[in-house]
Design a protein. Sequence first.
Length: 276
Amino acid sequence: MSTTIAQVSPGTAGFDHARVPLVVQGVALDVATIHRTGPLSPVVFLHGFGSTKEDYADIVRHAEFSGRAFLAWDAPGCGETHCGDLGRVSIPFLVDTARALLAHFGVTEFHLVGHSMGGLTALLLAHAMPERVLSFVDIEGNVAPEDCFLSRQIIDYPADDPQHFFDEFILRTHGSPAYASALYAASLRHKVRTGAVAGIFRSMVELSDHGDLMDKFLSLPMPRMFMHGEQNATLSYLPRLREARVRVEEVPSCGHFPMYSNPLHMWSAIAKHVAS
């Protein structure tokens, strides 16, 4: 199978688009990616539930990342990626998709950044191949049961109709008092396929409750940073992370979405971590 690459003129976007056909766990995918090459080790970005690869496109706008290659994609069930069987999408499926894309692009060693769902996916990826990950930035990715404030709604608000559940989820999210919640909720219908929601959420809850995620995170050998919004400074495990010499970065004026609420702080913290 071949990759279709749409070249972007220099001076415009600053990165390239490519659609990558893959087969993961027997499911046909057509993955939408953005990337650029460069002399410095790449940063691989994994977006959260309800977001897309464009959360990270602004890496090319920040001088701290000059010369830094990067790769980001829309997870199956999200954005512009096409998935042949949405019911198969889960966190383990997303990990296998990441492995396939790393192989396709020939990425061997890389810096890893993941947000929320993408942070959990990145944690499992880093745990599976720690020798290849140069550094890891976990932006409020699940490491404990308390992190399922979005995904556990699949259990707390059961519905026979997947579309009804998703509609009500969007309404609840839109009314949340957290920073950027309304902005985030407004685009959920456009960024997520309804058929993928239950599988993603149930696997996130299962892994958060029974996947020993904190132990996995603390056992990683590479430099790690856990980034959280100011509104989530009460997360019970933050002292444990600090005691384990994980860099904990609090983002001011922010909830769960630093890329929407305080992107300048987010990019500066990521740049410092990757450079160090």
